[in-house]
Design a protein. Structure first.
Length: 273
């Protein structure tokens, strides 16, 4: 295993936060009223999405590929996926407020399965300089074809409390909403012919937002949007898949799983405080 701590790349993204993107998201998935004061947990994912160039063949940003970061053009990969991350939110993003998001590469890890690139984000109020959100995002770059991972049924006691289905146009419109050019979320022929998926796949942030929203609606989080969470994307999700969101006996760990095949878990989320 090779572990490389780097500071090869950093970006500053400024955004004036109002409720437009949150309203558009709620119209997309159907849902709750927009808070009059600021964002709810996870809704920051709708903001601070850059429009960088150049793009790689997969439509996503060339500047954060292992080959570009390490200037090693032997590090070529067919696929990249959002593997998971952590989120520490100290309060909501207040509407009608200017924020700055600083993003840096915090580490690169090369394993047999591929290369993990981890990015650290800090979102600050530009007037007070107070850090509101800290986040780690990890992308996996790999040459392995997509494979389904299953879990033995019956070893854990899961209690389903919500259902959700991502539709094809939901996935495409979420990419438009978040300025996400990654082709696996909108180009079905590319998915099938190049990366060997059967269909387009749901975005990692979209999955995370739906899980957090469901957890919030069912009162597993308090009224105040202050929390630290850790999440992992286990399997890719195709449109029209019927999904359950479940909680284990601790009431702190949540799972998104397949309704028809409960051994297939798509994402795991833990509330750390």
């Amino acid at each position: 295993m090779t572990i490389k701590a780097v500071r090869l790349w950093s970006r500053q993204i400024n955004a004036f936060v109002d409720d437009t993107l949150v309203k558009n998201f709620n119209e997309l998935v159907g849902g709750v009223n927009v808070s009059s004061n600021g964002t709810q947990l996870g809704e920051h994912l709708l903001y601070f999405n850059p429009m960088w160039k150049p793009l790689s063949q997969d439509g996503y940003f060339q500047c954060i590929t292992p080959s570009e970061l390490l200037q090693d053009h032997t590090l070529r990969y067919k696929r990249r996926v959002w593997a998971g991350g952590t989120l520490q939110q100290n309060g909501p993003l207040r509407y009608m407020t200017q924020y700055n998001c600083e993003e840096v590469i915090s580490s690169i890890k090369t394993l047999k399965s591929g290369t993990f690139v981890t990015m650290k984000r800090q979102i600050r109020d530009t007037q007070s300089s107070v850090t509101v959100i800290k986040e780690l995002r990890t992308l996996l770059y790999t040459n392995k074809s997509p494979q389904v991972i299953t879990y033995p049924v019956g070893q854990e006691i899961f209690s389903p409390f919500a259902k959700f289905t991502f539709h094809e146009m939901d996935v495409i419109q979420y990419s438009q909403l978040t300025l996400n050019p990654h082709r696996i979320h909108w180009d079905k022929l590319y998915c099938q012919n190049v990366e060997k998926y059967k269909d387009i796949v749901v975005q990692g942030p979209f999955i995370l937002q739906i899980m957090l929203r469901s957890i919030k609606e069912h009162s597993f989080l308090g009224a105040v949007d202050i929390a630290t969470i850790k999440y992992r994307n286990v399997n890719f999700v195709y449109p029209e898949t019927e999904l359950q969101i479940c909680v284990d006996s601790t009431k702190k760990t949540f799972y998104m799983r397949d309704v028809l095949d409960t051994s297939k878990i798509y994402a795991i989320l833990q509330i750390l405080n």
